[in-house]
Design a protein around this ligand. Structure first.
Ligand code: PGA
Length: 230
């Protein structure tokens, strides 16, 4: 089971450090799964206890003249080997296109980074019943043979909106993605205490990527505790 927290652009370094220490204490005796926290770039730090730290982004270079970007060298400082690629907020707000995302993906593979690769459809695509074809198109240039790859299915309209697809819709899409990619598939999009159990019980679900509901450490620890009992 994979449980990841995406802080997006919330929390500074000190707040993140306090959060991680507290989370580590709250989940001390739970070793059964992989927990990764993706803080903002300025709050990256070393692994604490069993909690891995990941980067929400990587520019495909070791270092160089790439103003404002985060490269491999900055991740190495904290021994970070875990990256998110293709999050819909980067695709939509930062205009990352499929070719650029594929470059990041290749770079991450060459450097043996663990990749959580995000895909997800807009409401319009869902309503037009084009979701599965659209998701396939988001994988252009992505090599499913890479061992250290997890797919995160995050419908854009469910992110931060409090809305989630029905459990049947989530299962249908996760099942499709599992067959299509042969990889572990996690779900993201308004995951919270009230729906975590139902989501994790879906047969094709290997875990979750939690945004808003991860920001409060007690809340996130509760989510992990529920997951442990499943
Ligand atoms: P959310 O975000 O849980 O706040 O919907 C999830 C994500 O964007 O990864």
């Amino acid at each position: 089971m994979i449980i990841s927290a995406n802080f997006k652009s919330f929390k500074n370094r000190e707040e993140t450090r306090i959060y991680l220490e507290k989370l580590n204490n709250l989940i001390k005796n739970m070793n059964s799964f992989e927990i990764t926290v993706f803080p903002p770039a300025t709050a990256l730090q070393n692994k604490i206890g069993s909690i891995s730290i990941g980067s929400q982004n990587i520019f495909p270079a070791r270092n160089g003249a790439f103003t404002g970007e985060i490269c491999l060298e900055q991740l190495e400082e904290f021994d970070i080997k875990n990256v998110l690629i293709g999050h819909s907020e980067r695709r939509e707000i930062l205009n990352e296109n499929i070719e650029y995302i594929a470059k990041k993906f290749d770079f991450a593979i060459k450097n043996n980074l663990k990749i959580t690769f995000c895909v997800g459809e807009s409401r319009e695509i869902r309503e037009n019943d084009e979701t599965l074809d659209f998701l396939k198109s988001q994988f252009n240039g992505i090599d499913f043979n890479y061992k250290n790859l997890i797919i995160a299915y995050e419908p854009i309209w469910a992110i931060g909106s409090g809305l989630t697809p029905t459990m049947a819709q989530i299962e249908e899409t996760l099942h499709f993605l599992k067959n299509y990619t042969g990889k572990k598939i996690i779900y993201g999009g308004s995951v919270k205490l009230s729906n975590i159990e139902d989501i994790l019980k879906l047969p094709s679900c290997d875990g979750v990527l939690v945004g808003g509901a991860s920001l409060d450490v007690n809340n996130f620890a509760e989510i992990i505790k529920i997951a442990e009992k499943i």
